[in-house]
Design a protein around this ligand. Structure first.
Ligand SMILES: Cc1ncc(COP(=O)(O)O)c(C=O)c1O
Length: 465
C-alpha cells in the first residue's frame, strides 16, 4: 500500500478504536501533566522516525491525557462532542491542507464558508444579508464584532480609528451586564478600550441584564455607545431580555452586540426560540460551532449587520495578495492565513439538517431538566438556577466546601466530568449538557455517581464531627 494511505488508514483505526472504547474509559484523564511531559519529552531527536511509528508513539503518549469530551457524560465548561461527519470533514480539510485566506488560495474553502455562514445565520435567526466570518470561537467572534463596532461608532463621530487609532479619539462608552462573559473584557483589552471603560449594568439573580437599568446607564451619557448583551449565561444559561435591550439601544443609537456563544443556538429550536427574541435586531453577533453544534475545535462565527465597518476593521490588501472573485474569507476575521473551518461546519449542518439541530438543542435541554429534577428531589441538594436551557447549577448541603468536595469526588470517580463555579457568592456544581451523545442513561449514571459522591462527603463529615 502507498505509505501515505498506510499511515492515514492506521490513524483512522486508532481514532475509531478510541471512539468505540469511550464507555470503558474514565471521562477524566488517567495520567498527570508531569507524566505526559515525560511521555512526549526526552531530548529532541536528531533523526526522523517512520510516520507509522510517530503516530503509534503519539497515541501511546497522548491517550492517557485525553479528556473524554467525546462521551455523553462530559458536562464540563460548555464543551460539546464532535459529530462524526464534522470530524471527517475536518480531517479532509487537513489532508487537503487548504489555506482559507481567499478564493485563490482555496475556492472550495471560500465557497463552503459562504454557504455554511448563510445556513448558520438562518438557524440562529440572524438576518440573511449580514457579513460573516469564521473565527476560532466566541472569543474571536466577540473581538471581531467589537472591532467592527469600534470602527462604526467612531466613524459616525467623525473619527477613522483604522487610521488614527484610539489616541485622541472621542470616548466610546461600552456597556455590558454584570454577568457578561469574561471574554468581553479580554476583547476590550485587545481593542485598546481597556476594561476601565466598561459601564456595568446590574443583573438579576439569573444573571440577566436589567433592561430598566440599561436605560438608566445609557441615559447618563451621550457619547457613542456599544452595548454587549448575552444570549446564554455561561453559568445559568439565562438570556438578557434582548428585545428590551434592543429597544434601549435603538432609542439612543447604540451598537448592540449579542454574545451568543452557545445560547444563540436556542433559535434553532421552535421550543426555545422565544429566548432569543429581539436578537435579530442586533448589529453584531458572536457564536461558537464547537460548543452546541458539536464541531471539532476550534470553530466560531461572527456576523455583522454593517459589512463596511466589518471589512474596514479587518481586511488587508497587498499587491501580491491575489484573491479572485467572490467573498474573501480573511476580509472578515483578524487572521490572514487560516484553517479552512467552513468544511466541518457545513458537514455538521448537512449531517443534522434543520430538524437535527433543533432536536440536539431540545434533547440537551431535556437532559438538563432531568438533572435538575433528579438531583433537586434529594434532601440537602439545591438547584440554584432556573433551568431555561442546558445549564444546571447544583449546591450540596448549602455549603461551599461540601459542594466543592462533591465536585472533586465526582471528577476523580471518572463516571462523568463536571466543574465547579461560584454563582453570586455561593459555590455550585456546574453541569452543561452540550453533547449529541448524551442519553437518558448517561444522565441516570451520572446522577447516581453524583449522589454517591454527595453521600460519601456527608458520611465523611458526619464521622469527622
Ligand atoms: C457566553 C460566552 N461567551 C464567550 C465564550 C467564549 O467562547 P470560546 O471559549 O469558544 O472562545 C463563552 C464560553 O463558554 C461563553 O459561554
Amino acid at each position: 500500500m502507498d505509505p501515505v494511505e498506510d499511515v492515514l488508514g492506521l490513524t483512522a483505526g486508532y481514532a475509531a478504536q478510541f471512539l468505540s472504547s469511550l464507555d470503558e474509559r474514565p471521562v477524566r484523564p488517567s495520567a498527570s501533566f508531569e507524566t505526559l511531559l515525560d511521555a512526549f519529552g526526552g531530548t529532541l531527536p536528531d533523526e526522523g522516525s517512520e510516520d507509522a511509528q510517530v503516530v503509534a508513539d503519539l497515541v501511546a503518549a497522548a491517550e492517557p491525557g485525553v479528556v473524554g469530551t467525546q462521551t455523553g457524560r462530559y458536562f464540563g465548561f460548555v464543551i460539546g462532542s464532535a459529530l462524526p461527519a464534522a470530524v471527517a470533514a475536518d480531517w479532509l480539510a487537513t489532508a487537503w491542507d487548504q489555506n482559507g485566506f481567499s478564493v485563490v488560495t482555496s475556492p472550495a474553502a471560500a465557497a463552503v464558508e459562504d454557504v455554511a455562514a448563510r445556513w448558520t445565520a438562518e438557524l440562529l435567526g440572524v438576518p440573511g444579508d449580514v457579513s460573516g466570518g469564521f473565527v476560532t470561537g466566541a472569543q474571536g467572534a466577540n473581538t471581531t464584532a467589537l472591532a467592527a463596532a469600534r470602527q462604526h461608532v467612531l466613524a459616525r463621530a467623525g473619527w477613522d480609528v483604522g487610521r488614527e487609532g484610539l489616541n485622541g479619539a472621542p470616548h466610546v462608552r461600552v456597556l455590558a451586564g454584570a454577568e457578561r462573559h469574561v471574554t468581553i473584557d479580554r476583547s476590550l483589552r485587545l481593542l485598546g478600550f481597556g476594561t476601565a471603560c466598561l459601564e456595568l449594568v446590574p443583573a438579576d439573580r439569573q444573571g440577566r441584564m436589567l433592561a430598566r437599568a440599561l436605560r438608566e446607564v445609557l441615559a447618563a451619557g451621550d457619547r457613542p455607545a456599544i452595548v454587549c448583551a448575552q444570549a446564554g449565561n455561561v453559568n445559568t444559561g439565562a438570556f438578557d431580555p434582548l428585545d428590551e435591550v434592543a429597544d434601549a439601544c435603538e432609542e439612543v443609537g447604540a451598537w448592540l452586540h449579542v454574545d451568543g456563544a452557545f445560547g444563540l443556538w436556542a433559535a434553532a429550536s421552535p421550543r426555545y426560540r422565544h429566548l432569543v427574541a429581539g436578537s435579530e435586531r442586533a448589529d453584531s453577533w458572536g457564536t461558537d460551532a464547537h460548543k452546541w453544534l458539536n464541531v471539532p475545535y476550534d470553530s466560531g462565527l461572527v456576523f455583522c449587520r454593517h459589512a463596511d465597518a466589518h471589512a474596514e476593521s479587518m481586511a488587508v490588501s497587498a499587491s501580491y495578495l491575489q484573491r479572485g472573485g467572490g467573498r474573501s474569507p480573511s476580509d472578515w476575521v483578524p487572521e490572514s492565513s487560516r484553517r479552512a473551518r467552513g468544511f466541518a461546519v457545513w458537514a455538521a449542518l448537512r449531517a443534522l439538517g434543520r430538524s437535527g439541530v433543533a432536536d440536539l438543542v431540545d434533547r440537551c435541554c431535556a437532559h438538563a431538566r432531568a438533572f435538575a429534577e433528579l438531583l433537586g428531589a434529594q434532601a440537602d441538594v439545591e438547584i440554584l438556577n432556573e433551568v431555561v436551557l442546558n445549564q444546571v447549577l447544583v449546591r450540596f448541603g448549602d455549603d461551599d466546601a461540601t459542594t466543592r468536595e462533591v465536585v472533586r469526588r465526582v471528577q476523580e470517580g471518572g463516571t462523568c466530568w463536571l466543574g465547579a463555579t461560584d454563582w453570586q457568592g455561593r459555590a455550585a456544581m456546574r453541569i452543561s449538557v452540550s453533547s449529541f451523545r448524551t442519553t437518558a442513561h448517561d444522565v441516570e449514571r451520572s446522577v447516581a455517581a453524583i449522589l454517591e459522591a454527595a453521600g460519601a462527603v456527608r458520611h465523611a463529615s458526619a464521622h469527622a464531627s
